[in-house]
Write a protein that binds this ligand. Structure first.
Ligand code: NDP
Length: 296
């Protein structure tokens, strides 16, 4: 059993910290303190209101919207941290930003891993997230048994920043899949094809993707668009993917277009809706809906 702390009890962090609390002595802090108190009641974690009270942990987890908030809490905690502490950032962050945070932590003898996750709210609740970790081998080895509390698969993908890079590329592929599938299905709806049948065909054919197999049947055809991962967060991931491609002089026109479209969608329909709501924008441009035909 280790002493761990978890900072950021949002859609992902709340259940992830819950799994940690089943195996380790877990301290939780959240900007909105009532969520930390609810967590303590539900999972037997220890809620603190003062951020610096998390500094006694051997492993400190963060799961915040972006690297900007991670850096802010790291700077606040820096004077209180003990040498040897491992900071594990599960935010879908920016690789360059993470390298800077890792350097600051190293200056006080602490190690850093970027460990973003995939699997969504469902995976976080089930404790079977996929975790892609960037950092040194010895730090990865130390942290692995702790990370496994909420993981199905854990991959060590490279040095600090590599986890965030893999996550950003994964998510821009999701963004492209959503946009492309929406364009394809509004085209078919205009041709008089029932989108539900079109999806059945595509999902046993070569045009299928996570978007067509999961998002469209579960979120678009049902018109439910449940908000589990905000459009603003996917727009941020797309921006990160484009920035790391640019930095390496990689021509990436598809990635750039997808990132621009998510940025425009964020401004037009707001960032707080589910990321799949981008489909509604494409529907409005086409003047049709991707919904099963009446009576089918
Ligand atoms: P949420 O918006 O649900 O939660 C964000 C958390 O960050 C909350 O605990 C919030 O506190 C806290 N927070 C926000 N701003 C600040 C701040 N300035 N200072 C301190 N705390 C702050 O986000 P998610 O859980 O959905 O996402 C977290 C990360 O995980 C993101 O990087 C996202 O891209 C990634 N991710 C999300 C997935 C999903 O399906 N939702 C899947 C995989 C990765 P408060 O409660 O006070 O608002």
């Amino acid at each position: 059993m280790y002493r761990v702390a978890f900072i950021g009890l949002g859609t992902m962090g709340y259940p992830m910290a819950g799994h940690l609390a089943k195996q380790h002595e877990t301290t939780v802090w959240n900007r909105t303190a009532s969520k930390a108190q609810a967590h303590a009641q539900q999972f037997g974690s220890h809620a603190v209101e003062n951020l610096t009270d998390t500094a006694q942990a051997e492993f400190i987890f963060t799961c915040l919207p972006t690297s900007v908030e991670v850096e802010a809490v790291a700077e606040q905690l820096l004077p209180a941290l003990k040498p040897g502490t491992v900071w594990i950032d599960c935010t879908s962050g920016d690789p360059n930003h993470s390298r800077r945070i890792a350097e600051r932590l190293r200056s006080v003898g602490c190690d850093f891993l970027d460990a973003p996750v995939s699997g969504g709210k469902v995976g976080a609740e089930a404790g079977n997230l996929t975790v892609m970790v960037g950092g040194s081998q010895p730090t990865f080895n130390r942290a692995l048994p702790v990370i496994q509390a909420f993981a199905g698969k854990v991959f060590h993908v490279g040095d600090v920043g590599a986890g965030h890079a893999v996550k950003a590329v994964n998510n821009i592929l999701l963004a492209i899949g959503l946009l492309a599938t929406a364009e394809g299905l509004v085209t078919l709806a205009k041709q008089g094809v029932d989108p539900a049948i079109a999806l059945e065909v595509i999902n046993v054919s070569s045009g299928r993707s996570f978007a067509s197999e999961v998002h469209f049947p579960e979120r678009v055809l049902t018109r439910a668009f449940p908000n589990t991962f905000s459009l603003a967060l996917l727009a941020k991931d797309a921006r990160i993917a484009v920035s790391i491609a640019r930095e390496a002089y990689v021509p990436a026109p598809l990635m750039q277009l997808a990132a621009e479209m998510f940025e425009m969608a964020k401004r037009q329909i707001g960032g707080d809706v589910d990321h799949t709501a981008v489909v509604q924008l494409i529907e409005s441009w086409a003047g049709t809906q991707i919904a099963p035909k009446q009576g089918t």
